[in-house]
Design a protein around this ligand. Structure first.
Ligand SMILES: [Ca+2]
Ligand SMILES: [Ca+2]
Length: 471
């Protein structure tokens, strides 16, 4: 008996050594290597802009769980979406095909019909020995891809306020209110519960587990206790400039103003209430992510797990008189992105290189030792995970609608619209993008240099599904 116990202890010690140093797996025989491939926990957050503590862009926001995850690995401080809208952003990330190549520009362009044989990120993991499961919102809800999952559970259901149109604005789901509900009653709580149950099942294969939070997507209904964390008299409004739109070309103005949200919010005197509700929704989501991380961390398999957390696009709350996503500015396109890769990333690092969410596909493929896919329109971030200040010459490109693009380098943002309208911002001294320099002759060379990165094709807009507009 003693002998058996000793052997068990020796094996356990060996296993924990291998788990703690996955790099040693590179020298292991193929079969062993297959068994030791890391799990992937892939966390998507819907409509979360850069208002998290770790990115230091909104004073007083409370995201202790995202902040502690950021401290465990590399936090990217200049990460941007491929498109500022749920469906095109997620489709691009998960297929490796840019919006300008597929024609998937909006939430009413189903992506699968125009990319019938494209192998998605989860499909590539499936084809290479992973069990692949998802919960909540990963692809845009309407266009989930059954072929991409061995098992999938949807976003769950959350309670709504007793009175519909709680903020009185009568603008559909552009609504906010505390709800008398427990965390357990919320859809995102149920999504985490389902994910943790699957996580704790015994399996021989490595696991790719995708968990998609729905908050802080509208409507901003969250339990009262999260609203209580942000008293109205302590709310700070975003920094704005009164005549900010004056130097913006016609297409930029159209995108900024077309929803009419800003007029509705300011005329009803609810700007602070809106900010409060967004913050409350963020902190609720953060608590759900915390619960997920705690559940993963207390398991043995949690130690050999790569964790990625990303938001699908930015969000304006009145900057440039604009609300929601659907624009090409900094607030609309910047996202939280953090990666923890055991044995590769070191705790507490930040990376200020310009990266794009599309880079996650080749990154995860490389980190897990899967066959590379040359057709992906993205670059692996592995060099930056090893050394966050490694050389990196790629700006990030974001596309919104056909022919509208933004190129973001570490210093500049250059926007060019389909009709030739331009914006150019120098982040050295203008972090809020107040002053459009595009018309100044002194900046012709900068524009020309950034324009080299504009997509070479602008695919025709993919067929629309009637009745599914912007949301
Ligand atoms: Ca979204
Ligand atoms: Ca301006």
């Amino acid at each position: 008996m003693k002998h058996v116990l000793f052997r068990f202890a020796a094996l356990a010690a060996l296993a924990s050594l291998l788990l703690a140093h996955p790099a040693t797996a590179q020298n292991a025989p193929a079969k062993q290597q297959q068994q030791q491939r890391p799990n992937v926990l892939f966390i998507a957050i819907d409509d979360l802009n850069d208002w998290i503590g770790a990115l230091k862009n909104y004073p007083g926001v409370q995201t202790p769980n995202l902040d502690r995850l950021a401290k465990r690995g590399v936090l990217f401080t200049r990460a941007y979406c491929a498109a500022p809208s749920c469906n095109p952003s997620r489709a691009a990330l998960l297929t490796g095909v840019r919006p300008s190549t597929s024609g998937v520009y909006e939430n009413d362009n189903p992506w699968r019909p125009v990319l019938p044989s494209t192998v998605t990120l989860p499909q590539h993991f499936m084809a290479n020995g992973y069990e692949v499961i998802g919960s909540g919102k990963i692809f845009h809800n309407t266009y989930n891809d059954p072929k991409s999952w061995h098992a999938y559970s949807g976003p769950g259901k959350s309670p709504v306020p007793a009175r519909p149109n709680a903020n009185g604005l009568k603008r559909g789901h552009f609504d906010w209110s505390p709800v008398s509900a427990r965390d357990e009653d919320m859809g995102d709580y149920q999504v985490v519960s389902w994910a943790l149950e699957r996580w704790n099942e015994k399996r021989s294969k490595p696991l790719f587990l995708a968990v998609g939070m729905t908050r802080p997507h509208l409507p901003w209904y969250a339990p009262q206790k999260y609203f209580d964390k942000y008293p109205l008299d302590k709310i700070t409004l975003p920094t704005i400039k009164g005549n900010d739109l004056d130097d913006i070309p016609a297409e930029g103005k159209r995108l900024a103003l077309r929803s009419g949200d800003h007029k509705a919010v300011t005329e009803s005197g609810q700007w602070k209430q809106a900010v409060q509700a967004y913050l409350a929704s963020i902190t609720f989501m953060d608590a759900m992510v915390g619960r997920l991380l705690d559940g993963i961390d207390k398991t043995e398999q949690g130690r050999n797990t790569i964790i990625v957390l990303w938001g699908d696009h930015g969000w304006n709350l009145g900057e440039k008189q604009h609300w929601r996503k659907f624009g090409l500015w900094e607030e609309t396109t910047r996202v939280p992105l953090m990666i923890v890769a055991p044995g590769l990333t070191r705790p507490g690092q930040t990376c200020a290189r310009t990266v794009n969410l599309m880079d996650l596909y080749p990154t995860l493929v490389e980190l897990c030792g899967l066959p590379q896919k040359k057709e992906l329109e993205a670059a692996s971030l592995t060099p930056l995970l090893k050394n966050p200040s490694a050389p990196w010459d790629r700006p990030s490109v974001t596309t919104y609608l056909r022919g509208n693009h933004a190129v973001r380098s570490e210093r500049w943002r250059y926007i060019r619209y389909h009709d030739g309208g331009e914006e150019l911002y120098d982040h050295q001294g203008d972090p809020h993008e107040f002053t459009n320099l595009a018309g100044e002759p002194g900046h012709a060379a900068v524009k020309k240099d950034l324009a080299r990165w504009l997509p070479k094709t602008d695919a025709p807009t993919a067929p629309r599904q009637t009745g599914r507009g912007r949301k």
